[in-house]
Ligand binder design. Structure first.
Ligand code: SIN
Length: 281
């Protein structure tokens, strides 16, 4: 079957057609997928039927798997690499992490080596009279960088921001052990994508607590302005999920947030895997 890469028409994102992820992928097909991922920031495959080990195997093709903190509490039996993201409860107990990522963020940006990318496989999608709910929005931090005035780019060159694990609002407060394991780190505000060389902004409201060399008021105002700039409508793709979608995003050039416009008895059930990354440059 012919493989097609169909851009969404937004600032980022493409659908890959003609690939069955339950089958082994030849080197050429994988290379095409990886190139599309690096170039478009978000790629997705519709109508997939894959098992947890198949999702893990596909994730591993992109490198090492990263273990997310939520996996310690909510992973798939026999597959600790997969985090269950869900609002469903069984016997009164949540089966997965609920309300994950409802504010704009880039996954695990508070770690020294944030993950390269994240994959979500949709098992159940909430609906209201057949209208799908629980979309995910993605913003191109690369398009946002491209659109900055030259004087702002010059001002940002070489600057680093502090990323603080305790800053982010979470559905479940972190434990003291998680806080101790994640001391504040600094990353460049302007990141360079390791594969494409494309520059992008790496600033989020909740996670950034300061900027080296700036007073806290000035830093706070700059973080707010840049974080708001990244999520302007011109830079956004909104994904309307269908069961069977496998979607992945790049955590360097893309920020995302989950839209929480549903509640039980509307069920949402996703399996998430995370690809290991490198120190941002
Ligand atoms: C996340 O931020 O990883 C969750 C995204 C989603 O559930 O749509």
């Amino acid at each position: 079957m012919t493989i097609e890469v169909v851009p969404t028409g937004a600032a980022l994102g493409a659908e890959i057609r003609g690939v069955d992820l339950s089958q082994p992928l030849g080197d050429n097909v994988f290379a095409l997928i990886e190139r599309a991922f690096d170039e478009h920031g978000v790629i997705f495959f519709r109508d997939q039927k894959i098992t947890p080990p198949q999702q893990v195997a596909f994730t591993r093709q992109f490198g090492e798997i990263d273990y997310n903190i939520f996996g310690e509490r909510w992973s798939v039996d026999g597959n600790p690499e997969i985090v269950v993201v869900s609002n469903v409860a069984e016997d009164g107990k949540p089966i997965g992490v609920k309300r994950a990522g409802e504010n704009w963020h880039s996954d695990m940006c508070y770690t020294p080596r944030p993950p390269r990318g994240t994959m979500l496989y949709a098992h159940e999608i909430p609906t209201l009279h057949d209208l799908p709910l629980g979309d995910t929005e993605f913003a191109s931090a690369a398009a946002a960088w491209d659109a900055l005035p030259a004087s702002m780019r010059d001002f940002l060159a070489g600057r680093r921001a502090t990323f603080d694990f305790v800053g982010r609002k979470r559905a479940f407060p972190p434990t003291q052990m998680e806080i101790d394991r994640n001391p504040p780190v600094t990353h460049p505000i302007v990141r360079t994508h390791p594969k494409t060389g494309r520059k992008c902004l790496y600033v989020m409201r909740d996670d950034c607590s300061g900027i080296d060399g700036l007073e806290s008021d000035e830093a706070e105002a700059l973080i707010a302005a840049l974080a708001d700039h990244v999520v302007k409508p011109a830079f956004i793709y909104r994904h309307q999920w269908r069961p069977g979608d496998l979607l992945m995003w790049d955590n360097c050039t893309v920020q995302h947030r989950a839209i929480q416009d549903y509640d039980l008895p509307q069920r949402r059930l996703m399996h998430r895997t995370t690809m290991g990354g490198a120190v941002p440059v």
